[in-house]
Design a protein around this ligand. Structure first.
Ligand SMILES: [Zn+2]
Length: 196
């Protein structure tokens, strides 16, 4: 689902057992992440290669989207990964909108000689690779934040987790089973150490 691409995008800031991790930390990792999402981002899964500029521009957009996510989950807490150094809300909103609008898309009918016609969504204007990738990501954020997922967006409260997630059922408290187990273990430990 295209709205959830924005969630995967902001989740490039995550947490491993060893500590915080940024999957867009350098050009090589950005290349890997974009190739993993090649179909959604409309890039070549084999030859796409990020540049330093592209990485910087994508990271700037990610931080703007994270500022919007922080507002979406309030009054709940924002992700602890960068809550204290997010860009301000209004310029972030302007950046996301301008980025999405920079590359409008249109349907294109592809009709091979020996097959049925299929529609593709393609950029309606010529644009550079970074612009096109960012437009897809920004449009996904617009879709998520204006749609039914916004009310279900949460920051995972498990110890050491910094992920946003979409609650799939009403009783879901954590982003994953692993986080649930860790949070329950921490709660159990706290209760038992208080007994002593
Ligand atoms: Zn979690």
């Amino acid at each position: 689902m295209s709205a959830l691409l924005a969630l995967e995008f902001v989740s490039t800031i995550g947490m491993l057992r060893t500590g915080p991790v940024d999957r867009l930390a350098d050009v090589a990792e950005t290349t890997t992440w974009c190739r993993e999402h090649a179909a959604a981002l409309r890039v070549d899964p084999d030859s796409f290669t990020a540049t330093e500029t592209l990485r910087d521009e994508i990271v700037e957009l990610r931080q703007a989207i994270r500022a919007l996510f922080a507002r979406a989950v309030s009054p709940g807490p924002a992700s602890a990964a960068d809550a204290d150094r997010l860009p301000p809300f209004r310029p972030s909103l302007d950046l996301v909108n301008a980025t999405a609008m920079a590359v409008p898309v249109a349907p294109m009918l592809d009709w091979p000689d020996d097959d049925v016609p299929v529609a593709h969504v393609v950029p309606a204007v010529s644009a550079g690779e970074s612009e096109r990738i960012r437009a897809v990501l920004a449009a996904s954020a617009v879709e998520l934040l204006a749609g039914p997922y916004r009310e279900k967006l949460r920051t995972c409260p498990a110890p050491r987790c910094v992920l946003y997630f979409v609650k799939e059922h009403p009783r879901q408290e954590w982003c994953s089973v692993a986080c649930g187990n860790r949070a329950r273990a921490a709660r159990h430990y706290r209760q038992h150490s208080a007994d002593r």
